[in-house]
Design a protein around this ligand. Structure first.
Ligand code: S3P
Ligand code: PEP
Length: 450
């Protein structure tokens, strides 16, 4: 895990028009899963377009610790030689996932159906995040856990000799919890079933199908989905080409929408319906986003997105859209700050348990820059208008807070600083280079106590 012992403050200044064509790096959710399923397949999985960011590199290191061979060719192609379902070895050391919630929660599922002891930890952000939501169903399957109170990292778990298949109804709309149970189900005899009342990103299901698992998805009478997975399949290695991450594309898309005179194209963006709630919302607000060159690769829809500046108006975002844009609310709040009228965002309580309490961090950052907003336990409301800027935003080890407020600085009356841009490397290491290539100006800022 990379160390972020030294914070790197950064300032964004008002930007001229943005122009150019860019490709943002590979999707983080798909990258984690490609390495994990590769580690369980029999033979060599070849991955192109893998996101080479800290969160995913921690997953690569974890798969090596379990005994898989994970190699990178000079041209950026990754090769994973898997161990077969049930073939993970007991790691010799502690598995440190750094800042990565997806990495640690899915790997807990992966290791759960084998009688091996594994100790997990993470950085100052990850050790505050709830793990009980994953440990609870895994315990029902027979996993023993020794954790700090509240189910926080660091923790040690050991899978049972004979794991039990369960039927689990998700109490929170979380693709991480769904995926952890399904990955545990892979090593469990019989059929493991997850019922999700609300549709969340389905990359695990799609990829399990691609690797040859027997997985059946049906609709529930209440509109939810029932996912039934037969345990102990032999997974066949795959060639995976990871599409560009829509959660990273969100930053240049909002920047080009807000900065007058802009006209950019973001190429090859993943358009999975469970991931594009932000695009739907921006279109409702009046954004000019043209979806072009639509195609399908590896069972996922992709498109090039041409984005031109547009004046936005406030909207109410339907609460049921939240899972399809849960990581995009910080940047949506920035778009809302520049829109006319009020933007209401209900049903976003899950934002409080991300890398930071994002609801609180966004509200504080907006206020520090002269934008009026109000918040409740699971909602945020932003009153758009003139953006004074001039504030310094506390990012709480959260990459998306850092990137969102740097975009705010591009349209604010005065420069906007973030206290630490180093965490951007966890998900979008080329953010600064791509944004400055389009025309943005970022300047190294003074540390607060310098
Ligand atoms: O499954 C995944 O890859 C993810 C699911 C979401 O988390 P939750 O499952 O906690 O909603 C999301 O916020 C995270 O960035 C990635
Ligand atoms: C919530 C996020 O990631 P994770 O849960 O994997 O840390 C994110 O990338 O916004």
């Amino acid at each position: 895990m990379a160390s972020h012992a030294t914070a790197r403050p950064l300032t964004a200044v008002k930007s001229g028009p943005l122009s150019g064509r860019i490709r943002v790096p590979g999707d983080k959710s798909i990258s984690h899963r490609a390495l994990m399923l590769g580690a369980l397949a029999v033979g060599e999985t070849v991955i192109t377009g893998l996101l080479e960011a800290e969160d995913v590199m921690n997953t690569a290191a974890a798969m090596r610790a379990f005994g898989a061979t994970v190699l990178r060719d000079d041209d950026g192609t990754w090769r994973v030689r898997g161990l077969g379902v049930g073939g993970l070895l007991e790691p010799a050391g502690i598995i440190d996932f750094g800042n990565a919630g997806t990495g640690v929660r899915l790997t807990m599922g992966l290791a759960a159906a084998q009688p091996i002891a594994v100790t997990f930890t993470g950085d100052a952000s990850l050790i505050k995040r709830p793990m009980g939501r994953v440990l609870e169903p895994l315990s029902e399957m027979g996993v023993e856990v020794i954790a700090r109170s509240g189910g926080r990292l660091p923790l040690t778990m050991r899978g049972p000799r004979l794991p039990l298949p369960i039927t689990y109804r998700l109490p929170v709309p979380s693709a991480q919890v769904k995926s952890a149970v399904l990955l545990a189900g892979l090593g469990t005899p019989g059929v493991t079933t997850v019922i999700e009342p609300v549709f969340t990103r389905d990359h695990t299901e799609r990829m399990l199908k691609g690797f040859g698992a027997d997985i059946e998805i049906t609709s529930e009478p209440d509109g939810g989905r029932r996912i039934a997975l037969a345990g102990r399949p032999e997974l066949k290695p795959q060639a995976i080409d990871v599409p560009s991450d829509p959660s990273s594309a969100a930053f240049p898309i909002v920047a080009a929408t807000l900065v007058e005179g802009s006209d950019i194209t973001v190429e090859g963006v993943l358009m999975n319906p469970a991931r594009i709630g932000l695009i739907d919302t921006l279109l409702e607000m009046g954004a000019n986003i043209e979806v072009t060159a639509e195609r399908t690769t590896g069972g996922e829809r992709l498109a090039d997105l041409r984005v031109r500046h547009a004046e936005l108006k406030g909207v109410t975002v339907p609460a049921e859209r939240a899972p399809s844009m849960i990581d995009e609310y910080p940047i949506l709040a920035v778009a809302a700050a520049a829109a006319s009228g009020e933007t209401r965002m209900p049903g976003i309580g899950e934002m409080r348990v991300k890398e930071s309490d994002r609801l609180a961090a966004v509200a504080a950052g907006l206020r520090a820059n002269g934008i009026a907003c109000s918040e409740g336990p699971d909602w945020l409301s932003v009153r758009g208008g003139r953006i004074a800027g001039g504030g310094r935003v506390v990012t709480h080890l959260d990459h998306r807070i850092a990137m969102s407020f740097l975009i705010l600085g591009m349209v604010a009356g005065n420069p906007v600083s973030v206290d630490d841009a180093s965490m951007i490397a966890t998900s979008f290491p080329t953010f600064e280079a791509l944004m400055t290539g389009l025309g943005a100006t970022f300047e190294a800022a003074e540390a607060a106590d310098a």
